[in-house]
Ligand binder design. Sequence first.
Ligand code: ADP
Ligand code: MG
Length: 221
Amino acid sequence: MLEARGLGKSFGQTRALNGVSLEISEGEIVAITGPSGAGKSTLLHCLAGVVRPESGEVVLDGRRIDTLPEAELTKLRRESFGVVFQFGELVPELTAVENVALPLLFNRHGRQEAMTVAAEWLARLEVSDCANQRIGELSGGQRQRVAVARALVTGPRVVFADEPTGALDTLGGEQVMSALLGAARTSHTAVVLVTHDNRVAAYADREIALRDGAMLAGVDR
Ligand SMILES: Nc1ncnc2c1ncn2[C@@H]1O[C@H](COP(=O)(O)OP(=O)(O)O)[C@@H](O)[C@H]1O
Ligand SMILES: [Mg+2]
């Protein structure tokens, strides 16, 4: 479904990606692991259409996306992808339910419907209590659950998560991770998950280990 073919990307003298090829199937959960600086975030950003690779191709459902004009790429990201980052990156001025409704509003759903669907997702992630609180009032774990709800609310093909539990304690991180992966499996959404935590990688169907911008090996689980 989502394919990388020979991706290369440099930042100045640094070769962040050096010929990475992989294919992710529908509903598959893939962990990208490796030490700091291995190119994990750069790979994720290339797959998600946030960073354009210098060489190689990114292909979604047989269509090359890395060369799309910016406006088309933005639309594709909104409709087909969801993202969760380390610190949630939620809008602090909005409540939890408004944050989750936002992607639906961008995709031209009516406000009433968007708020209803957003509330359902908060319930699935067991943070209904927080619906009308602002982001600043939430704990780290609650924020990440809200961020997961926001990533999944549009029914994306793929959710990209970059160290989504990196700022949480072990238990909080495991709970958020199982909430993310459980919801993704139920809705048959593929997940590309960057982590340096082996226990997190163990939840995935497949692990892709990166070193110095290249793949070491694929480990099937
Ligand atoms: N925007 C950038 N500007 C300059 N160097 C960057 C940038 N993004 C990444 N790099 C460099 O590219 C390499 C890979 O980075 P990154 O993909 O963030 O690795 P990881 O996520 O595995 O820690 C690192 O050496 C990093 O310093
Ligand atoms: Mg990173």
